[in-house]
Design a protein around this ligand. Structure first.
Ligand SMILES: *Cc1c(COP(=O)(O)O)cnc(C)c1O
Length: 475
């Protein structure tokens, strides 16, 4: 491909992007293909000779697009959002063109220094104290792994990397049962072992860790000769938006000298609105905090903001310094690969810069406030319906509910089939979760181009489906 051809295709793809986004409501939100359809459409062997771009683009539309679930669809109400705003796409386009490897300051000073500045813009935006510095990770899973590794090294007096864990007293990490599975994986990868991840029971409507149980667990572990290493708290848990009480968690952590990592992957973005900051009161007492601008801030995947109080502890845990990576100007510059698990790093700060400058914080705040307000309005409408009951109250824009029929003996399968039928229809996309063992329907609204009508439209879909399932029930 020569550059004139690249330029023609670049223009054509940006026009395609406009049409795709302007007509996206006409597409089913969740892909409707069957398993294996796409694989069958792809030749088993690679081509020997080159193919014309026109033919490739036709195949892209005919083979790939039907197998896409439209995360940018305004009626995407499943999981959490993965918003991609136009300025973030443009920044990613530029990044893909210059394609720098941003592992050291020297390998692209602009990427490093912009990362330092953007992390600080984000810190100020969500109201974290100025003694936090930070780094952009690919995902919250990576940030949490880095935090767990740091807990491990601190608890082992920095000998874990060198000596391994064998023969040492087991380390213990504490969290509630509402945390994301990335915590389990971090424990596995850190070599700490699932049985040393202690699930503290939760209490109250926020489903926060019970502080008395947390304290008792730690005290028992110490008495048994085990080594408590840290606590992972969650703000806005994935299932229902559970929020630990950071004040209580930090009081206990301080008593025992433990590290506290706060996972606010989704909810953290909402903290740009000061009225929501009560959810993470005292967060400034934590050792590290992660949130994903790639979820609810319009900075597309991947982009995770990892704030740390003691960057030296993180670097001490992760830095490797072989000779070929040493640069003569090492001193006094930041090499972010020492703050990350992978050596190679993408230039992720550019899209934050574009998004924050194009929109400004005020617009982003209004967008998030709208999502919260519209979701809560929808929640009230669902509550007023005869065949639905609200199971967990909204945390920001996330709540859960259930479809209930008087004579149904198996509400779990009823609700699963309710969700499946709605997603097969494709007008909206929702998922299920479990609350106290029961299968419930999960709803969140946060797509950047969603309007109030898009969010409230969900009510029509839910109502119609409930009617059709009531009339099709045997009695
Ligand atoms: C989404 C989410 C994660 C995982 O985020 P990744 O960036 O995909 O690793 C972790 N914790 C919580 C609470 C989440 O909502």
């Amino acid at each position: 491909m020569d550059w004139p051809e690249f330029s023609r295709w670049g223009a054509r793809i940006s026009e395609w992007a406009r049409v795709y986004h302007e007509t996206i409501r006409s597409r089913p939100v969740r892909s409707q293909v069957a398993s294996g359809d796409i694989l069958k459409a792809l030749p088993e062997s690679p081509p020997k000779l080159g193919t014309d771009m026109e033919a490739i683009f036709t195949d892209f539309e005919e083979i790939v697009m039907p197998g896409i679930t439209h995360w940018q669809h305004p009626r995407f109400f499943a999981y959490f959002p993965a918003n991609a705003t136009p300025p973030s796409m443009l920044a990613e386009f530029l990044t893909s063109i210059i394609a720098p490897q941003c592992m050291l300051w020297q390998t692209s000073p602009a990427a490093t220094e912009m990362e330092t500045r953007m992390i600080d813009w984000l810190r100020q935006s969500v109201g974290l104290a100025d003694d936090f510095s930070g780094v952009i990770q690919d995902t919250a899973s990576t940030a949490t792994l880095a935090a767990v590794l740091t807990m491990r090294e601190r608890a082992l007096n920095w000998q874990g990397n060198e000596e391994g864990l064998s023969g040492k007293r087991p380390l213990r990490i504490y969290c509630s049962c509402e945390v994301h599975t990335s915590v389990d994986r971090a424990i596995w990868i850190a070599g700490i072992g699932q049985e040393n991840l202690i699930r503290v029971p939760t209490h109250g409507s926020t489903r926060a860790m019970d502080p008395n149980a947390l304290d008792a667990n730690i005290a028992e572990d110490i008495a048994a000769g085990l080594t408590p290493a840290g606590i992972v708290a969650c703000i806005g848990g994935t299932g229902t938006g559970a929020c630990d009480n950071i004040t209580e968690v930090c009081d206990i952590a301080e008593k025992y000298g433990l590290y506290v990592h706060v996972d606010a992957a989704w909810a953290g973005a909402a903290m740009i609105c000061s009225e929501f900051r009560g959810l993470w009161n005292d967060v400034d007492r934590a050792n590290s905090v992660v949130f994903n601008p790639h979820k609810w801030l319009g900075v597309q995947f991947d982009c995770s903001a990892h704030f740390v109080k003691e960057p030296d502890d993180l670097v001490r845990t992760l830095a490797i310094n072989p000779e070929y990576l040493r640069t003569s100007d090492r001193d006094g510059v930041i090499n972010y690969s020492e703050w990350s698990i992978s050596l190679g790093r993408r230039f992720r700060a550019l899209k934050i810069w574009f998004v924050l400058r194009v929109y400004g914080l005020d617009y982003l705040k209004t967008t998030i406030r709208n999502h919260v307000e519209w979701s809560q309005q929808l929640c009230e409408m669902i509550r007023a319906e005869p065949n639905f009951e609200i199971i967990t109250e909204p945390v920001l824009s996330l709540f859960t509910f259930r479809f209930v029929l008087q004579n149904s003996s198996d509400l779990d399968s009823l609700n699963q089939s309710f969700v499946d039928r709605i997603n097969d229809q494709g007008e909206i996309y929702i998922t299920q979760t479990r609350v106290n063992g029961d299968l419930v329907i999960r709803f969140q609204a946060a797509q950047f181009e969603a309007t109030r009508d898009d969010v409230l439209y969900a009510l029509n879909v839910l109502r119609e489906m409930s009617r059709s399932m009531i009339t099709s029930e045997p009695n």
